[in-house]
Design a protein around this ligand. Structure first.
Ligand code: TYM
Length: 332
């Protein structure tokens, strides 16, 4: 049986990359699979979060799921910290994962930066908690953007080592689901950098809650080059900013990049950007407006999260019990 799990960090500034790389795919999978979608607040605190802001940001992630079309009747939406089994399994995985494996994680290196000695222990162990998120439900498939691939490889290594060490078949080997035309959306200010929640420049990303004016302003200012759009894909390979805007257009229009070029080859950015803006406003506007509506009265969001946590808890409970038995803990 296939089961889907994925998560988004409630660290504010949810953006176009989160939507096109992940959340939109969450919606597309829910008709065919049992899906569990989480706001990973325990991951968020691996770097400092203001407590009141964190609560709002958890609600914002849930609101983004709902506004994008995740159906809380079909899929489970909940906050990670509300199901204690994630933390329990993460500890067990901390004893399975090897230091050498974690030392290779590029995301840790990026986030810790030069001041590694001052990074939290949680930031280092982050991938082990992520493996626990997925495997505490024995999920088989994980829809994510490209940047999470290495973490999912580590999840497979942890599952395999656990199964080998204990001579069991407890955990499945998860498959990443990385699909669509925008699996790695780049910054609007620098086509070689990923669009990210933590970029200090607001102009680097389109936020899910941006209205039409903000979207128009940001796309207008987006960095490009002086050449018109080419006919062939290979002619985009040395033009990261142009390739990024074409990818965003393709993802929003639900077509391929080649189709975008077939239609717009020869266009200057001065004419392509307004068309892209119109499309982004059409696709994005309703999501942002619905998120704002949900956030203004979070009662509904809170009820969805509470119901989701109960359902997630019921699924996690037998798995964490089985794991504790396997490891040799006394289970009452
Ligand atoms: P996070 O919160 O950084 O991002 C949430 C999702 O958005 C995708 N994403 C992007 N996709 C395309 N282009 C971009 N520029 C871009 N930026 C982000 C991410 O790949 C992700 O799918 N570690 C995860 C959260 C997590 C998780 C999990 C995910 C915790 N436990 C278990 C899956 C399964 C993260 O930091 O996502």
């Amino acid at each position: 049986m296939s089961r889907i799990f994925s998560g988004v960090q409630p660290t504010g500034n949810l953006h176009l990359g989160n939507y096109l790389g992940a959340i939109r795919n969450f919606v597309r999978l829910q008709d065919d699979y049992e899906c569990i979608y989480c706001a990973v607040d325990m991951h968020a605190i691996t770097v400092w979060q203001d407590p009141q802001q964190l609560k709002n940001n958890v609600r914002e992630v849930a609101a983004a799921y709902l506004a994008s079309g995740v159906d809380p009747e079909k899929s489970i939406i909940f906050a990670q910290s509300n199901v204690a089994a994630h933390a329990e399994l993460a500890w067990i995985f901390n004893c399975v994962a090897r230091l050498g494996w974690l030392n290779r994680m590029t995301q840790f290196k990026e986030k810790a930066g030069k001041n590694r000695e001052n990074a939290s222990l949680g930031l280092y162990a982050y991938p082990s908690l992520m493996a626990a998120d997925i495997l505490v439900y024995k999920a088989t498939h994980v829809p994510v953007g490209e940047d999470q691939k290495q973490h999912l490889e580590l999840t497979r290594d942890i599952a395999q080592k656990f199964n080998n060490d204990y001579g069991t078949e407890t955990f499945p080997l998860v498959e990443p689901l990385i699909f669509g035309e925008a699996t790695r959306v780049m910054s609007l200010r620098d086509g070689t950098k990923k669009m990210s929640k933590s970029d200090p420049s607001d102009y680097s990303r389109i936020a899910l809650t941006d209205g039409p004016d903000e979207i128009a302003k940001k796309l207008k200012k987006a960095r490009t080059d002086a050449e018109p759009l080419p006919e062939k894909m290979e002619d985009l390979s040395e033009r990261p900013e142009a390739a990024n805007l074409v990818g965003i257009y393709a993802a929003l229009a639900d077509c391929t990049k080649a189709e975008v070029l077939a239609e717009h080859a020869g266009s200057q950015f001065s004419s392509f950007k307004p068309i892209l803006t119109e499309l982004a406003v059409e696709k994005f506007g309703p999501i942002g407006a619905e998120m704002k509506r949900l956030m203004a009265d979070p009662g509904h969001v809170d009820a969805v999260l509470k119901d989701g946590a109960e359902r997630a808890q019921a699924l996690a409970e037998p798995v964490i019990r089985e794991v504790k038995e396997t490891v040799g803990f006394l289970v009452s």
